[in-house]
Design a binder for this molecule. Structure first.
Ligand code: CA
Length: 645
């Protein structure tokens, strides 16, 4: 009788024993629970302030040395903490304190191989990654797929952009993170191409809060990942598609042992404030190399955006150098075809001319290569180390400060190796790098000191390409501060003062937004080098108040604060550069937006308010803000406001 009772107790108690562990952020609101069930499957769940945010979601890797997705046994777990303070250029803030509690769970599969999952939980961010030790002689591992998933409660709605097919679009250059967003869509809606969604992915968990899912720390040792379509509330982590990069390179990333995967991140809040202000992308990664160079960030002009391919000639580039000089800008970006229409020899003269006007040069290159049909050159230079380094020696000798490399082939590890190789070689030659036609940066501002921006968005060029993009400009601009731009630099190439999207300012698409809306985007969109879409004619035809604003607008920030907004509807953001605060607001709704703004950084102060006057002309006026009352503002549709102090 005694013996039977003992067995019964064991049968009840064993499944509950040490198969679960928890970790909470420092303020206790964000909580992660990791568990392993009777079938040996590991999962995690997330709550915030007692509200369910992520339901039990799978963890695990399936690798060529063993399966870590099932038949797992709990070996041990350890709790700890991480505290670090760091300074960082090229992102939304300059001095960052990161404090997180950690939980590392070690699980063993049926072959007695261990896998650990490391969680770092700060007040509003969860980051986790897998670690594999080296055991015996096996020195490397190939990951066939991940079980990693994200399961949201049924009331959740989504703010997502789809992954495209591989090898489609302009000269077979996709995927390039240039698809349209859907806002507040149900989870059941299928993605446009059936390949799920690219990071970052924003979810509204009903009244419980918001969660932004992304990844960081992706370098040459892994591929970029994405989310699948939703199946029963579950999104799973997907590797690249076989057709990417013209079918070249594996979809199964590999790394040396001991080693780890990139970090998957979840930023969680009951409001959008943590979503906009998060720095988790950079908190959990470290610089991969030190630079010996002192890179200078700033503003540039580029002829290609309004004047297109026909402007890539010596005389037109002189006009854009002169425009940059008149604006006090640091750079001119010379886009595709320069090698044919100007050539290396005359480029040396053009660079001398620019330098005589205190303007430095960025030059465009295609990344390809064998992974698209791009003909506008230079092509076949950045794709291999021999030609790339030869070209970079020439660039450095001419005093060129940076390159813009366009048209990459997707998210395979093969392509991640190319991004890293270009960055590393460029740093050897004192060159900053902007990527276009490219993937999302994943922690790269911190990992690579000469990385200065990526497109990876339906950027300003689309306002030239199609009226529908002009019609949706305000909607899209009200998404980026909450989604794409919150996890990485966004080289958007905007701020148009032309009313019409063509060279003469007399044809092409119609801009639907006001001049002040345009100025506001210079603050709302963050990239350490901003190539603005100003044109030489703007020196004569644009309002002086706009030119004066654009002459002094900074591109680097010490602090960023969310004030108000809703993705796709409106946004109010404050950013600080040195002692100067900028508050920018835009309205994408079809009604005038009535705001009552708490602006602690400006209370009781005299500020400059940029807005459209009653006659529809931009104005700047001095306004004294109350010490007690919030600031009341009304912003018409497609319009904006900027305040500076
Ligand atoms: Ca593009």
């Amino acid at each position: 009788m005694k013996k039977i009772a003992f067995l019964l107790i064991c049968a009840v108690a064993l499944p509950l024993m040490a198969q679960e562990a928890q970790v909470s952020g420092p303020d206790g609101k964000l909580q992660v629970t990791v568990s392993c069930d009777d079938a040996g499957k590991a999962s995690y769940s997330v709550t915030y302030d007692g509200q369910e945010i992520v339901q039990a979601s799978p963890l695990g890797l399936n690798t060529d040395m063993g399966d870590f997705t099932q038949g797992l046994k709990w070996v041990e777990h350890r709790n700890g903490e991480v505290k670090k303070s760091y300074t960082q250029t090229r992102i939304k803030a300059s001095a960052i304190n990161y404090e997180a509690r950690t939980l590392t769970v070690t699980l063993a599969n049926g072959r007695q191989q261990n896998m650990s999952v490391e969680f770092r939980v700060s007040n509003n961010d969860v980051a986790f990654r897998y670690l594999l030790p080296k055991k015996g002689e096996t020195g490397s591992v190939r990951v066939m797929n991940e079980a990693t998933g994200f399961r949201f409660p049924e009331q959740t709605t989504t703010f997502l952009t789809p992954q495209s097919d591989a090898m489609i679009g302009w000269k077979r250059t996709k995927p390039s993170y240039e698809e349209e967003y859907r806002a507040d869509a149900p989870m059941s809606e299928r993605s446009q191409y059936g390949h799920g969604y690219t990071f970052p992915c924003l979810f509204k968990v009903g009244e419980a809060g918001w969660v932004l899912v992304s990844e960081t720390g992706v370098d040459s040792r892994y591929c970029g990942s994405r989310l699948s379509d939703c199946n029963d509330g579950l999104y799973t982590l997907e590797f690249p598609m076989p057709g990417e990069n013209n079918g070249n390179g594996t979809v199964e990333p590999a790394f040396a042992l001991p080693g780890s995967t990139p970090w998957r991140t979840l930023t969680v809040g009951s409001t959008l404030k943590p979503i906009v202000e998060t720095t988790v992308t950079w908190d959990v990664v470290e610089p991969l190399y030190e630079t010996q160079h002192d890179y200078k960030f700033g503003r540039g002009t580029w002829s290609w955006i309004l004047w297109q391919d026909g402007s890539i000639n010596y005389d037109d580039q002189v006009k854009y150098v002169d425009l940059a000089s008149a604006m006090g800008y640091e750079y001119v970006l010379i886009d595709n075809w320069w090698h044919r229409n100007i050539g290396h020899e005359r480029m040396e003269q053009l660079i001398d001319y620019a330098q005589s006007k205190k303007v430095d040069i960025f030059l465009w290159y295609s990344s390809s290569g064998w992974w698209n049909d791009i003909v506008q050159g230079p092509i076949n230079i950045m794709s291999d180390p021999i030609s790339r380094k030869r070209e970079m020696r020439w660039l450095q000798a001419q005093g060129v400060k940076g390159i813009k490399v366009d048209f990459f082939g997707g998210d395979k590890q093969e392509t991640m190796r190319l991004y890293e190789a270009i960055l590393s070689d460029a740093d050897d030659h004192s060159l900053m790098v902007i990527f276009h036609g490219c993937t999302l940066p994943r922690g790269w501002e911190r990992m690579y000191p000469n990385y200065v921006g990526s497109e990876a968005i339906l950027a300003s060029e689309n306002l030239i390409f199609g009226q529908k993009h002009c019609d949706k400009e305000a909607f899209n601009a009200c998404l980026h501060p909450f989604i794409r731009n919150t996890v990485g630099c966004m080289e958007f190439g905007g701020v148009f003062l032309n009313k019409r999207m063509n060279r003469g300012n007399d044809g092409g698409n119609y801009r639907r937004t006001t001049d002040i809306f345009q100025l506001a985007t210079a603050i709302l969109f963050q990239n350490p080098i901003q190539n603005f879409a100003l044109a030489p004619n703007n020196l004569q035809d644009a309002p002086q108040v706009c030119l004066d604003f654009m002459k002094q607008v900074p591109t680097t920030w010490d602090e960023t604060r969310f004030i108000d907004g809703y993705p796709g509807r409106y946004v109010v953001l404050a950013r600080r550069h040195g002692d100067t605060w900028y508050v920018a607001a835009i309205n994408a709704t079809s009604e005038p937006l009535k705001l009552k703004l708490e602006l602690p950084m400006m209370m009781g102060e005299e500020v400059t308010l940029y807005s459209m006057d009653k006659k529809g002309a931009p104005q700047a006026k001095a306004v004294k803000l109350s010490t007690k009352k919030p600031l009341s503002l009304t912003i018409p549709t497609g319009d904006g406001v900027v305040l500076t102090k």
